[in-house]
Design a protein around this ligand. Structure first.
Ligand SMILES: Cc1cc2nc3c(=O)[nH]c(=O)nc-3n(C[C@H](O)[C@H](O)[C@H](O)COP(=O)(O)O)c2cc1C
Length: 315
């Protein structure tokens, strides 16, 4: 049976992100894949309301209660189609250094579709899913500094394993990528990389992108932060902002290298279900701890009226 590859794009219709997505999909199609493509601008996607109905159903009842907005917009329809696919090309423009809001809005509605949970209760078929990420921008990395990292962070909930990324720089105008054959070629290569990865056993699938891309040797993000003690006492001098791996910076041949602690640097690796499981322990301790102590409800009941009654002029 042919592999199924889906393109999900947040860019303008006929825009740079769309053109690069279509080129990557073309390579997949030439190599035998069945293709689906959606531009998020053609669908209604509402914001996550933060009600936590879905996660309370998962963690309190062990049930798939779904999203309260299930029948209010197109998210569910798109997710059901996505679950049929083996691989994805996700593409979106950079707005204000970050990925566009329509892409983030779509992905942040995925909590009700947490694949590890849905697979565990048999609601969807277990599948190893891979992804290639593309962002376009008018500038260089300097003004696109968080875009790919935003997109990477949106991959965890549904366990999309990122095997390639493209930062398409200096293409501000609509159709601008058409004047840049090297970007079209690189998008085509992303499609080939996706198909090469799919041909491998899931346990052997790994990074297929440019070898020195990014700063983190694990997830290839370009964003590191100074570590601070975490809720359970874990502390790293330096952390990858995306995958959460920890280690130190070392200078080698005049270049700063991020070296992940060989002993426990991968402990909090958010690209794995196990690493994210430790975050569930954190939520169980912090949020669960709040709900377990009745004294907290008394404090909220006593102090909340002051803020409820605080009214300011609005627009
Ligand atoms: C509101 C807005 C903000 C933007 N901010 C940035 C930015 O911070 N950095 C950048 O490199 N390009 C920025 N751009 C340029 C777009 O990323 C660029 O035109 C991109 O190619 C658009 O992709 P599309 O054709 O797929 O829609 C911005 C464009 C808009 C409309």
């Amino acid at each position: 049976m042919a592999f199924k590859v889906m393109g999900v794009c947040g860019g303008r219709r006929d825009g740079n992100s769309e053109i690069l997505t279509k080129e990557a999909l073309l390579a997949c199609q030439e190599l035998g894949a069945e293709i689906t493509y959606v531009n998020l601008n053609d669908y209604k996607i509402l914001d996550c309301t933060g009600c936590t109905h879905c996660t309370q159903g998962m963690f309190m009842k062990g049930e798939n209660v779904g999203c309260v907005l299930k029948n209010a917009d197109d998210k569910d329809k798109l997710m059901q189609a996505m679950f049929e696919n083996d691989a994805f090309i996700f593409a979106a423009p950079t707005y204000d250094l970050q990925v566009s809001a329509n892409f983030t809005r779509f992905m942040q509605r995925s909590l009700a579709y947490e694949t590890a949970f849905l697979e565990k209760i048999g609601a969807i078929k277990p599948k190893h899913r891979i992804a290639g990420l593309i962002t376009t921008g008018g500038s260089t990395r300097a003004w696109m500094s968080m875009s790919l990292e935003n997109m990477q962070a949106a991959m965890f909930t549904c366990d999309f394993n990122v095997i390639d990324m493209i930062l398409a720089t200096r293409v501000p105008a609509k159709g601008h990528v058409l004047t840049r054959p090297e970007l079209i070629e690189r998008a085509h290569k992303m499609g080939e990389n996706i198909m090469r990865s799919l041909s491998k056993d899931p346990k052997d699938r790994g990074w297929e992108g440019d070898p020195d891309f990014g700063w983190c040797p694990h997830c290839h993000s370009n964003s590191l932060s100074l570590g601070e003690p975490q809720w359970d006492g874990t502390y790293y001098k330096v952390e990858c902002q995306v995958c959460g791996c920890g280690g130190v910076l070392k200078e080698e041949d005049g270049k700063w290298k991020f070296v992940i602690d060989p002993e426990n640097g991968h402990l909090k690796d958010r690209t794995t279900v196990a690493g994210r499981g430790l975050h569930l322990d954190e939520i169980g301790t912090t949020e669960g701890g709040f709900y377990r102590d009745p004294h907290n409800f008394e404090i909220v009941k006593e102090k909340m009226p002051r803020y409820k009654e605080m009214k300011y002029k609005t627009v």
